[in-house]
Design a protein around this ligand. Structure first.
Ligand code: ZN
Length: 425
């Protein structure tokens, strides 16, 4: 009896000795301070960063990864993705009706993998055609069944009936399955009910649709959808569950209603006016502006895979959004990195960095948008967004200097998530 207890203790002690990995970083970008340190040693125990600094002793038995010829950055964060909507490039959302929910989510396994391999170790996933497919994808990644980024998910779109987040474009006598209209709400109390349901289903944030959309049939991006009362109900109810709210809004009024209601971020923010920029600053709301994806909408227009009404909605909005992004940068509004992944091919989000610099950011600001600022928007600065002791060991690396050429982030050569290497070229 005594002996077996002793053996058990020995076994327990040996299995609890966590794997130690040491990374030698030639250059290390620290977005919190906006600085770059040279010749750093990063000590990683299991899935967390234990210590960072120059000339640290390498613990005995550690696995050493030599990135001394590379620039290391914290893992990138995309604050606006739709990873769980299945295969890319099907153009019209009504094609979703030709597949079962399990087909769609299994197609999404690849989306998760290529997103991680492109250097995005975390994503804020802000809505899904079939409710809770994103929850299933997140949980499969967290169990280690499939490979993908840390996903923070919304579970469904909370939207007015026939609104920006609704499945539209069918004949009026078609009855949709429950999961295609899970988030429809048409009063403050219905909004609260949907928030309660989603919180119960384990979502990480709430997504509401404050204006019409570009990529929805029968929708007008220039319109206002939820009323101020409905938006306030969403933010208040979400706060009871410790959840933040992201609001889709293109129109100037839709943007301002959302900011006044207290949302954490406005998605797209396409037609934001000067008053909206002032309000965003006053309320500390993030603007999450997907300024690259106009390239993909136009390309799909040329290929004939983008429905004609979507192209009509989009007319002149792409350039307007980019000019308003420039204004927001100048005004010092908080900006996060969000691409609306799924509009462009999964795994290509890095292309937005060069556009953020083209439209007014410094390379460091663009990197901060996808690291420290993104972590702040998610409320997880204690876990992700910079390379600091106690945070998750989420890292990427590239050859060359992203502060000279931010476009290098389109092709990261090394990806670590949770202390595990997923890519090393
Ligand atoms: Zn979106």
């Amino acid at each position: 009896m005594k002996l077996s207890r002793f053996l058990l203790l020995v076994l327990f002690a040996s299995s609890s000795v966590a794997q130690v990995t040491v990374i030698k970083a030639g250059r290390l970008v620290q977005p919190d301070e906006g600085t770059v340190a040279t010749d750093q040693v990063i000590v990683i125990r299991a899935n967390k960063i234990e210590a960072v600094g120059p000339g640290l002793a390498i613990p005995a038995g550690a696995t050493v990864i030599d990135l001394s010829q590379m620039t290391v950055l914290p893992g990138l964060i995309d604050c606006h993705t739709h990873l769980a909507d299945g295969k890319f490039g099907e153009g019209d959302p009504v094609f979703q009706l030709q597949k079962s929910a399990s087909q769609t989510v299994l197609e999404s396994v690849r989306n998760a993998r290529v997103t991680l391999e492109s250097g995005f170790t975390s994503v804020r996933d802000v809505g899904v055609y079939r409710a809770l497919n994103d929850v299933a994808l997140r949980d499969a990644i967290n169990r280690g069944d499939i490979v993908g980024p840390r996903m923070f998910v919304a579970g469904a779109y909370i939207t007015i009936t026939g609104g920006a987040g609704a499945m539209t474009g069918m004949a009026p006598d078609i009855q949709l399955p429950w999961d295609f209209h899970y988030g429809e709400a048409n009063s403050p109390w219905e909004v609260r009910q949907k928030v309660r349901l989603l919180a119960h289903n384990g979502v990480d944030q709430i997504k509401v649709l404050s204006s019409g959309a570009v990529l929805t049939h029968g929708s007008n991006p220039k319109s206002q959808e939820f009323t101020p009362e409905e938006l306030q109900a969403a933010v208040d109810e979400a706060s009871h569950f410790g959840l933040r709210v992201a609001a889709h809004a293109h129109s100037a009024e839709g943007i301002k209603n959302a900011i006044r209601a207290g949302v954490a971020s406005v998605e797209h923010a396409t037609m934001i006016d000067d008053e909206g920029i002032t309000l965003a600053k006053q309320h500390g709301a993030y603007l999450d502006m997907d300024i690259y994806d106009e390239e993909c909408i136009e390309e799909q227009g040329r290929n004939g895979t983008m429905p004609a009404d979507f192209l009509e909605h989009d007319r002149q909005l792409g350039e307007l959004q980019r000019q308003n992004f420039r204004k927001a940068v100048k005004a010092g509004v908080k900006l996060s990195f969000g691409t609306d992944a799924g509009v462009c091919e999964y795994g290509t989000a890095g292309k937005q960095f060069a556009f953020m610099v083209k439209y007014g950011m410094t390379p460091m600001q663009a990197i901060q948008a996808a690291t420290s600022s993104a972590a702040d928007l998610l409320g997880r600065t204690d876990q992700i967004g910079s390379v600091k002791s106690g945070k998750f060991a989420d890292l990427v690396a590239i050859t060359g200097d992203p502060l000279k050429d931010v476009g290098l982030l389109e092709n990261v050569q090394f990806v670590m998530k949770d202390g595990r290497v997923f890519k090393q070229k």
